[in-house]
Design a protein around this ligand. Structure first.
Ligand SMILES: [Zn+2]
Length: 189
């Protein structure tokens, strides 16, 4: 599945919004992604999971680990396509951790799967959860790379789409300068 095919699924699902948006950071942007809108369609989620599995099979993961909530659906699909377990980490007292009886063994080879990688911060945080169990983190995968820094991530990474979304301070925003009305989407994209 190439970049255009993946973006086509986002457009078809109304998940790739083009316009003038105020992000949760306060910055303005011309594009906004809401991957939950793509993943609500089981056939799209399955297709994206298979595509990511094809790009990560060589890592020989024994388990997929995703950060809740955004990574859970695509993590499940990648795990299914790879034929391995899919588990997730979630926050308790602001600290990401394994709950619900999920475990990792020292022999586990962990693939971190998310919907969108932006800075790579949550990917690193999820990797720390796996390493605390003694498991090896062998790579990361996401549907969308929104401008991550591979050096900072320090893990082999596979993504389906690279989308460098320009963001602007409101006072330097070309859309504001043109007088286009700004929209604040419901949650982080
Ligand atoms: Zn603006």
């Amino acid at each position: 599945m190439d970049q255009e095919a993946v973006l086509g699924l986002f457009r078809q699902s109304g998940a790739l919004l083009e316009g003038h948006f105020k992000l949760s950071s306060g910055l303005h942007s011309e594009r906004y992604l809401q991957s939950a809108l793509v993943l609500q369609h089981a056939e799209f989620a399955e297709a994206l999971g298979r595509a990511l599995a094809a790009k990560t099979r060589h890592f020989q993961a024994t388990v997929v680990l995703s950060p809740a909530l955004g990574g859970i659906v695509i993590g499940q699909e990648v795990g299914r396509a790879l034929g391995v377990r899919a588990i997730f980490a979630e926050r308790q007292d602001k600290v990401l951790q394994l709950r619900r009886g999920f475990t990792l063994e020292a022999s586990d080879r962990v693939l971190i799967v998310e919907d969108v990688i932006t800075t790579g911060g949550s990917t690193r945080e999820t990797a720390v959860v796996a390493e605390a169990s003694g498991a090896s983190v062998i790579g990361a995968a996401a549907i969308v790379d929104r401008g991550s820094d591979p050096a900072r991530l320090d893990l082999p990474m596979q993504t389906l789409v690279r989308l460098d979304v320009p963001t602007y301070q409101p006072e330097a925003c070309p859309l504001c300068a043109r007088g286009v009305a700004v929209v604040k989407p419901g949650s982080r994209g």
